[in-house]
Ligand binder design. Structure first.
Ligand SMILES: CC(C)(COP(=O)(O)OP(=O)(O)OC[C@H]1O[C@@H](n2cnc3c(N)ncnc32)[C@H](O)[C@@H]1OP(=O)(O)O)[C@@H](O)C(=O)NCCC(=O)NCCS
Length: 184
């Protein structure tokens, strides 16, 4: 935990609609992207997910934003060489200095007109930072559609669970330290 977030100490910043920062990043998978099984390496997809989410977080917050955590990265189907991958990303929820960004990954053959299939999804938390790397305030996101509103509500549930899990682990560590248990 740092000192209070910098920038705009009084009042809220003006809200920004979800659509203002939503993006799709598209990329064709080539031989350099494969794992030892010949399908696309999960890390390649994760990099695209982080890139797309980072662009959204930067656009929404109007400046630099860093990845604080990535959770619930799900790989639903293998991605192959020659797949055109689309990484769709939007801000689901905003706190004071953090934003949850939701990402859907879709893939289609680069030379076929069949519909793209969802192959993965992820939720990332970004913190907006100032020049010193200190958290700064972000504008509240304004969910526009019913889908945006559902995503906002689901993000709040994930936020509650993240904080509870973090607190529980810290308490466990403090209890163990108080009992003199040293696992270093
Ligand atoms: C993310 C970072 C700025 C947070 O700094 P901090 O000193 O812990 O600041 P705070 O505790 O005030 O957290 C700032 C916000 O981020 C959230 N946050 C911090 N760590 C988090 C985590 N692991 N998961 C989810 N949210 C997190 C906080 O809840 C807070 O949100 P809020 O202001 O909306 O309530 C800092 O840990 C950092 O710079 N990490 C490195 C980031 C980085 O380099 N990423 C790229 C990896 S290569």
């Amino acid at each position: 935990m740092t000192e209070p977030v910098t920038n705009s100490p009084e009042g809220e910043l003006e809200g920004k609609p979800t659509s203002a920062s939503r993006i799709t990043l598209s990329h064709i998978m080539t031989a350099g992207d494969t794992n030892l099984l010949g399908t696309v390496h999960g890390g390649v997809i994760m990099k695209l997910v982080d890139d797309a989410a980072g662009a959204v977080a930067g656009r929404h917050s109007g400046g630099p934003a860093v990845t604080a955590s990535m959770d619930e990265m799900a790989f639903l189907e293998p991605v192959r060489i020659g797949d055109l991958v689309h990484v769709r990303s939007q801000v689901n929820w905003t706190g004071r200095s953090s934003m949850e960004v939701g990402v859907r990954v879709l893939a289609e053959r680069w030379n076929e007109s069949s519909p793209a299939q969802q192959v993965g999804s992820a939720y990332l938390v970004f913190a907006a930072v100032d020049e010193q790397g200190k958290p700064r305030r972000v504008p509240p996101v304004i969910p526009e559609t019913e889908r945006d509103k559902r995503r906002y509500q689901e993000a709040q549930i994930r936020r509650t669970h993240r904080l509870a899990r973090r607190r529980a682990i810290m308490e466990l560590r403090e209890r163990r330290a108080a009992e003199g248990l040293d696992d270093a």
